[in-house]
Ligand binder design. Sequence first.
Ligand code: AHM
Ligand code: MG
Length: 338
Amino acid sequence: VGTETINTDIVTLTRFLTEEQAKHKEATGDFTLLCHALQFSFKSIAYFIRRATLINLTGLAGSSNTTGDDQKKLDIIGDDIFIAAMRSSGRVRVLVSEEQEKIISFDEHPDARYAVVCDPIDGSSNLDAGVSVGTIFGIFKLEEGATGTEADLLKPGTELVASGFTMYGASAMLVITMKGGSVNGFTLDNALGEFILSHPNMRCPQSRAIYSVNEGNSLYWEDPVKEYVNSLKYPTEGGKPYSARYIGSMVADAYRTLLYGGIFAYPADKKSAKGKLRILYECAPMALVFENAGGQAIDSHMRRMLEVVPEHIHDRSGIFLGSYNEVQKVIDIHKKYE
Ligand code: AHM
Ligand code: MG
């Protein structure tokens, strides 16, 4: 390799955040510090996910398990890592995790101004098969005088100051966006231990003939959803049918949709009237990423996902997200049923 082909001016996440911070004169650096804690938790979770497979393999080979009870399930390890990182950042007042029934209030940091929502390891049913899983996160800034109660967190996604996800796939990929900003993708370089800006200013293609949905639920779908999916599979006038792709990990399905275009859906249906995915730490953070990348995200009532206000921290919603024109087709078909 000639030296001229080696990039020696790499943009790491740290550099990116520092440069972003410099653009905002009023910035105190608290948000940047919070992001440092976030990226540490992603690196740790990525490390444990990879190592867990090895621990399982030695177990299968018959060697004794010396760690015993310390071998916690990965969801719990991921949750513990995330909570510890957020607590020690000193910048987080309150946290919501999918793994915790109640909010976690960091009373030791009464002056911290941020609230973080997260699903530490989403798609964990895929873990044992070595299929990609991810962490989804959202960051809110607390109002003046807020003490970090549950009510402070029941906000629409339009209030998010930042959100994103990390996918633990062939590489760990971090996608992050800030309110009103662009979407940027970083790849973890394991040797350097740094997230490197690999996908600047990501834009979701306007259309693409790929749909991603758990078709095993189609028995329970409402008529507009059935009509919509059928329109993709049985196009009129000799059109080409769509390809189906469904991993069963929201982060992996959403990441592919962001890169290639298409649509990802988990609609509400007759069995799950509120859908499956959680508003606060799955739907809203993803919706901000897709809107900022030029796509759309809506719920099963065809409302803009970012404007949906949860009544409880673990509330669910149906969701359709992806390419602008693909999501528009869902809206258009639903209009016929109004
Ligand atoms: P989890 O938070 O319990 O891991 O569930 C969320 C996951 C998403 O990643 C994925 O989109 C969905 O559940 C898949 O659900 P299903 O198996 O019903 O298709
Ligand atoms: Mg989840």
